[in-house]
Ligand binder design. Structure first.
Ligand code: SF4
Ligand code: MG
Length: 312
C-alpha cells in the first residue's frame, strides 16, 4: 500500500539579487507503508529540500504530496497539525535540534504535550517506554541533553520522533555528524525500530554505504532531480546512470576489479545549471545530445534512469 506519493515536487529559492535557484525539479517518488527509501547525492543536490518540502517545513513551489491519498501541499497550517503526528523528522545535528534548557523527559514528551495527548502521567509512562525502546537508561528523564554523547543524543532525537507513533519519518543525514563506530549503532537501531514498528522512512544521506544497509529502494539525486531509482541491491550491483556509477566507484571495496571512474570537476552552481543533462559537464560518457536535451527519468528493465544512453 502506498503511504506517501510525491508528484512533480519543485522548490525554487529566490536569492537577493533576483537569482533563482531551482533546488528541486519535478521530483516524483512514492513510499509504501513500512518501506525504507534512501535518497543519496552530493551536498546541495536537493535531498534536504526534498525531505523538508514533503513535510512542509519549507513550502514547495509546486507539485503534490499525497499522504494516504490526501494532498498536504494546499492544506492550511491548522489542517496540517493533526497530520504532523504521522510525519516526523530526525535531523543531522543532535546538538542543535534538542532544546538544551529542557530535561530529556520534557524533550521526548513535548510532541505529546503539543498534541494534547494523554494525562501528564500517561505521557511520563510513554516517555519511559520510549527510553527503553531506544536503549537509554530511565534516569535520562531528569538529565539534560548536553550530559549525553552524540550517539545518545541521536537516540533522544529518535525517541522524540517516535513519541507520536508516526507512520513516516524523514531521517536527514541522521548519522552524518557521528563517529563511524557510533554511526553503525544508530543505523542498526533505526533499522530495528523500523521493522519492529513498521514505519516508513525516507533516509537521506550523502553516503551510499550508509543508505545501502537500511533502504529497500534508493533514489539518486543530482542537481535537484532524481537521475536513477531502483531496488537497492540492483542499483548497487548494477548501477546504470553514469553518475551513480561514479558515486559507487568512490566507495572502496575489497577485491574490487571494476575500474574507478573518478568524478571530474565540481558540482555545477545550482543557480546556473548546465543545459540538457545537468551531469553532462562531468559525465565520462557525454554525447552531443546530452548538451541539448534533458533526459527524462524513464522506467527501464531495472528501475528508472534519466540518461540518453537508455531508451527515452
Ligand atoms: Fe552522461 Fe549524457 Fe547520460 Fe547525462 S544523458 S548521464 S551526459 S550520457
Ligand atoms: Mg542536506
Amino acid at each position: 500500500m502506498t503511504l506517501l506519493e510525491i508528484k512533480n515536487l519543485s522548490k525554487i529559492y529566490h536569492g537577493k539579487n533576483g537569482a533563482k535557484v531551482q533546488a528541486l525539479s519535478d521530483v516524483s517518488l512514492d513510499i509504501a507503508a513500512g518501506e525504507v527509501v534512501g535518497v543519496v547525492g552530493e551536498s546541495g543536490c536537493g535531498k534536504s529540500t526534498l525531505g523538508r518540502s514533503l513535510l512542509r517545513l519549507i513550502e514547495p513551489s509546486g507539485g503534490q504530496v499525497l499522504f494516504e491519498g490526501q494532498d498536504i501541499v494546499p492544506l492550511k497550517k491548522s489542517a496540517l497539525k493533526p497530520m504532523r503526528r504521522d510525519l516526523q523528522i530526525i535531523f543531522q545535528d543532535p546538538f542543535g535540534s534538542l532544546n538544551p534548557r529542557h530535561k530529556v523527559g520534557k524533550v521526548i514528551g513535548e510532541p505529546l504535550e503539543v498534541h494534547g495527548i494523554g494525562t501528564k502521567q500517561q505521557r511520563q509512562e510513554k516517555v519511559r517506554e520510549l527510553l527503553d525502546l531506544v536503549g537509554l537508561p530511565q534516569n535520562a528523564i531528569d538529565r539534560h541533553p548536553h550530559e549525553f554523547s552524540g550517539g545518545q543524543r541521536q537516540r533522544i532525537a529518535i525517541a522524540r520522533a517516535l513519541a507520536l507513533d508516526p507512520k513516516l519519518i524523514v531521517a536527514d543525514e541522521a548519522v552524518s555528524a557521528l563517529d563511524v563506530s557510533i554511526q553503525s549503532q544508530i543505523i542498526n537501531l533505526i533499522a530495528k525500530l523500523q521493522k519492529q514498528l513498521n514505519i516508513s522512512i525516507l533516509f537521506i544521506s550523502h553516503d551510499l554505504s550508509v543508505i545501502r544497509h537500511v533502504s529497500d529502494r534508493i533514489a539518486i539525486m543530482y542537481l535537484g532531480r532524481i537521475v536513477e531509482m531502483g531496488e537497492t541491491e540492483e542499483v548497487m550491483q548494477n548501477p546504470q546512470h553514469p553518475y551513480t556509477q561514479s558515486l559507487l566507484s568512490a566507495i572502496p571495496r575489497v577485491g574490487e576489479k571494476r575500474a574507478r571512474t573518478v568524478l571530474a570537476g565540481e558540482v555545477p552552481d545550482p543557480a546556473n545549471p548546465p543545459s540538457g543533462c545537468a551531469f553532462h559537464t562531468r559525465c565520462p560518457k557525454v554525447m552531443d545530445v546530452c548538451k541539448q536535451t534533458r533526459p527524462e527519468l524513464k522506467a527501464q528493465t531495472q528501475g528508472a534512469v534519466a540518461c540518453h544512453l537508455f531508451p527515452q
